[in-house]
Ligand binder design. Sequence first.
Ligand code: GLU
Length: 368
Amino acid sequence: MARLVIKIGSNILADKKSGLKIKRIETISDDISRICALGNEVLIVSSGAITAGMKRLGFVEKPSEVRLKQASAAVGQSILMSAYEKSFNRHNRKIAQVLLTREDLSNRKRYINAKNTLLTLLSFNVIPVINENDTVSTEEIKFGDNDQLAALVAGTVEADWLIILSDVDGLYTSDPTSNADAELIREVTEITPQIESIAGASRSGVGTGGMYSKILAAKKALAYGIKVNIISGKKSGVLKRLISGKHEGTAFLPTAKSINSRKGWIAFATRPKGALILDDGAIKALVKSGKSLLPSGIKEVQGEFEIGEAVRCLDTKGIKIAKGIVNYSSQDISKIKGKKSHLIEQILGFKYADEVIHRDNLVILDIK
Ligand code: GLU
């Protein structure tokens, strides 16, 4: 028994000529129903709303104007859900629509609410069908694409497995559409810069993700200790085969070292409101000795932020070292930076803690 997040991309669910591909939704729903019947819990992250809505509104090409994309998403989302509802009904499976924005997951309270709702749905044997709330998401509050959303959802619900259904069989050594020698990579044990660059030459039609974003999503999920597969969403029965232990597509194996759900939330879901520039001693203490960040190691404060907000920790060259939740506002840190912790109260007139960022609220990561 496992908890699975299955991400279904626009490219396999819809195209701009015919809109939503009902047959494809049926095949995938059949496959998912079969793996649910084996006792597995499934959450779906589904794209396809914009493409389905475009067709209904008469757009031949994806509109570039945000409000038109948002209108398409609003129209398409109900087409999408109605197709899932009908398909899963054939198997007596209940589904639920969950629309999220990045803001929902970056705010701790809303994140906990979303997590509780998703877990409650699973406890009722309901399959949550999640999409970005495109109608209210503008560029700056967007996840970027549903690959990142799927990785964050997987981390949020502490999933065992993230399966990304793509229009290609997995990650290839080069672009299989333009290179006949391209070979499928069966297993990836570490997402190296080389793997990222292979995926960088991505091709994608109606979707926004491409292979590079799938690799970034895989990297996030792996950091949580969640295994990842990128497989073809065009083959029927592929999920059942994968769950039964057959090799499909590209498998990404998590390393033993993983971060917990809270640290994953800090690393991937929060939106940094500013930055702290650290001296070399502080960086060593953080990275090598696993210490908290004290005011004495801070050289400079960038941006404006309040207590409890996320910030980046950078070295003097601007390289990202860590991300964490601060115990003091930017204004207060500007006053105590470079000073010993025992002077905090004297300088500010109060003291919340010795640390500017406590170790438990700090993540050392080089992941975007
Ligand atoms: N949320 C978008 C949609 O449903 C898709 C975003 C993506 O393709 O990653 O159309």
